[in-house]
Write a protein that binds this ligand. Structure first.
Ligand SMILES: Nc1nc2c(ncn2[C@@H]2O[C@H](COP(=O)(O)OP(=O)(O)OP(=O)(O)O)[C@@H](O)[C@H]2O)c(=O)[nH]1
Length: 697
């Protein structure tokens, strides 16, 4: 209870509790004293009356004169508080009585004969005083004739005087005393309470003001202050609270400022590209939405350009990423400086920029875009002692009342940019929905999705096809080429020529080649573990993109370092175009793989027609003659001569020749005639699922 009291309640309690205790004690003592005094005075008066009455009745009792006794009793009965008086004979008989009185037979009750007996009742006191005869001895030698009381032992009991006195006056006085005392006590307590209340208020008012201020500060009203009027500790507390609030307010202001700055920075970062300071794709798309809305609602005409730098990777690859970054920064500045007030330029990511030309017809937009393209072409990028020129391909799409969504506009501009690249780069292509180039692009994009899903859903398989000696002789080591197949959603087999072009164009080849290598290594391990009679040389194709990909090369190197025994069982087939496009990298790779005993074949040789010069520089073991020449040697003498020439040059260089696409015995016979070492094709061996190879002896 005390815990729930406030400060004011406690102060009042502190003042009132002792006052009340002392007051009640005093009242008790006073009332007690008063009651005792009143009782004592009644008792004294009654004893005095009884003392006087007893000897006075001696004669009446002794003589049996009731009249005398009655007179005496009437005189006694008029004394205050006397209810009644009575005289009893020594045998307890009642002799006379005046007034009320409830008597006991004194003789039967054994009342004492030598002293006054008192009986106490709640409303009255009753006294029995003995009446004795006094034997008077006359002393002849006492000249004054004075009487001498004999000793008590010589007294003779004559009877008793009964006196009944009422206590009602005493009780009334007692009640009055209690009421008065209580009134005084209550008045005292009331005064004390008022004083305690006032003192309590004086103490608690500033404290309550303080608690109010502190709770307001706690609620976040940091400008709240308390009036610092207190002295001593209270003053210190009030000033301390004000100081604390001021400090908190300053800190909050500083914190708010920091939060505002950080928020502004985050908002900026969320909408801008960190490298160039241009707006980013997200922000650009939002602005495009607004622009599209104005085209739809107000019939305005705008244009969207998708700009992609040409061969940007060359800068990254030859000078490093920092150079690429610097080029992007400088080009962003260059493009920005050519911007009109109402145009929006953004970096979408990588080397892709977007330009939104508002209130601009397609013809005007073409002019503007060409200015941008020409500026980029004129620009020279210096990095160290090297100077680069850059091209930029632009895809453009008109934004008008017929346009679809912002997303479809972006995708149309992107597709148009792709066509600009496909047409030789550094040019502008305007999107038209009936564009056949765009249709092809869309077809490839669908393949990209299907390949990625096939990889995720593990719907890729390997087939194998024998590469046999052309003369039909058996070989100690079996030579097979592993061929990639995709299984479509319905379980049908898709040949690589359907999806490889899209995979090459959209950089999925390293992922496909990684899958092929992993499968081949697994197969090779299983084959070796089975300890067959004939060893096997597994030939797999590697794309130019994979050869250029450092991560892919690292993966292959690590796999062979972990399983060096597999090296002599692997043959990598590289196309002529892939090898020539990356001669330094390919040669380095061949060196590294040869250290593990791997062999190499130059695939589709002859298709590039730039081959012979490079052939000297490539350390390969096999030369695979492009099937396009082989297929028709029976009917086309030029093709036959080409195959013959390739074979002879290959042999001159110490290479084994392989003819692909051998589909008939007639072709096989001609190849034997030419002297080609190996043959491969449906006329020799139809590709088969991998399981069949594992079951072969
Ligand atoms: N330095 C740098 N390079 C980046 C950044 N973002 C992406 N790239 C690289 O930019 C290159 C973009 O390549 P692509 O546009 O596909 O190819 P490209 O060489 O420009 O060839 P085309 O576009 O076909 O003409 C990739 O190699 C990315 O790794 C970047 O912020 N800084």
């Amino acid at each position: 209870m005390a815990k729930s009291l406030g400060i004011r309640g406690r102060v009042i309690g502190l003042a009132m509790v002792p006052v009340a205790i002392i007051g009640i004690l005093l009242m008790f003592l006073l009332i007690r004293g008063k009651i005792d005094d009143l009782d004592q005075s009644l008792h004294t008066r009654a004893i005095a009356i009884a003392r006087q009455l007893a000897p006075a009745t001696e004669y009446g009792v002794a003589s049996g004169n009731v009249e005398v006794l009655q007179n005496l009793l009437e005189k006694a009965a008029i004394e205050p508080d006397v209810r009644g008086v009575a005289v009893f004979a020594s045998d307890g008989r009642w002799l006379a009585q005046v007034g009320l009185g409830t008597w006991t037979n004194p003789q039967e009750a054994g009342m004492p004969a030598d002293r006054i007996y008192q009986a106490e009742y709640p409303d009255r006191l009753v006294y029995y005083a003995p009446i004795t005869r006094t034997e008077v001895a006359v002393d002849d030698f006492n000249p004054a004739g004075a009487t001498v009381e004999r000793p008590a032992s010589q007294s003779h009991l004559l009877g008793w005087v009964g006196l009944d006195v009422s206590r009602s006056a005493t009780i009334r006085s007692q009640r009055e005393a209690i009421v008065r005392s209580l009134a005084v006590l209550l008045a005292g307590l009331g005064v004390s309470l008022t004083l305690a209340w006032r003192i309590g208020r004086q103490i608690t008012r500033p404290i309550l003001a303080l608690t109010h201020t502190v709770s307001r500060i706690g609620e976040g009203h940091l400008d709240e202050r308390v009036e610092a009027t207190g002295q001593a500790e209270l003053g210190v507390l009030q000033r301390g609270v004000n100081h604390m609030a001021a400090h908190l307010q300053t800190m909050q202001d500083q914190m708010q400022e920091k939060i505002d700055r950080a928020t502004a920075r985050l908002v900026y970062q969320a909408s801008h590209d960190a490298l160039t300071g241009l707006i980013n794709r997200r922000e650009f798309e939002q602005r495009l939405e607004r622009t599209l809305l104005s085209a739809l609602q107000q019939g305005r005409e705008h244009a969207l350009c998708y700009m992609d730098l040409d061969q940007f990777k060359v800068i990254n690859d030859s000078c490093g990423h920092a150079a690429g970054d610097e080029l992007l920064r400088q080009l962003a500045l260059l493009l920005k400086s050519n911007l009109r007030e109402r145009d929006t330029l953004a970096r979408l990511g990588g080397d892709e920029f977007a330009l939104l030309l508002e209130n601009c017809s397609l013809a005007d937009a073409l002019e503007v875009a060409d200015v941008f393209r020409a500026e980029v072409q004129r620009f020279r990028f210096k990095w160290g002692d090297r100077i680069f020129s850059v091209g930029m391909s632009v895809g453009m799409v008109a934004i008008n009342a017929e346009s679809g969504t912002a997303a479809s506009l972006m995708s149309a501009a992107d597709a148009a940019c792709y066509v600009a690249k496909d047409h030789g780069r550094n040019q502008i292509h305007v999107y038209e929905s009936r564009d056949s180039d765009l249709a092809r692009h869309r077809g490839e994009m669908q393949w990209v999705t299907r390949i990625q899903r096939a990889l995720e859903e593990q719907r890729l398989r390997l087939s194998w096809q024998d590469i046999r000696r052309a003369d039909g002789a058996a070989e100690a080591v079996r030579h097979v080429e592993l061929l990639l197949r995709m299984i479509d959603e319905d379980g049908g087999e898709i040949l690589p020529m359907a999806f490889i072009p899209a995979a090459e164009r959209y950089s999925i080849m390293p992922a496909l080649d990684s899958w092929v290598i992993e499968e081949t290594l697994r197969l090779c391990r299983r084959y070796l573990a089975a300890r067959r009679e004939r060893n096997c040389l597994f030939a797999v194709n590697l794309s130019g993109a994979s050869l250029k990909d450092p991560a892919f090369r690292r993966m292959l190197l690590t796999s062979l370092e972990d399983n060096p025994a597999l090296g002599p069982h692997l043959c990598f087939e590289i196309t002529e175009t892939a090898a020539i496009g990356n001669l330094a990298v390919v040669n380095e790779f061949i060196e590294a793989m040869r250290a593990f005993g791997c062999r190499f074949a130059l695939d589709d040789f002859g298709s590039g027609l730039s081959s012979f010069t490079y052939l000297k520089n490539l350390k390969v073991d096999y030369l695979k003659i492009d099937g396009a020449f082989v297929r028709d040697i029976a009917v086309n003498p030029v093709d036959r001569s080409m195959v013959d020439a390739i074979h002879r040059i290959g042999h001159q260089m110490g290479l084994k020749t392989v003819a692909e696409y051998v589909e008939s015995d007639q072709v096989l016979a001609l190849l034997r005639e030419i002297g080609v070492d190996y043959v491969q094709g449906s006329g020799i061996h139809q590709p088969q699922p991998l399981e069949a190879l594992c079951q072969e002896p």
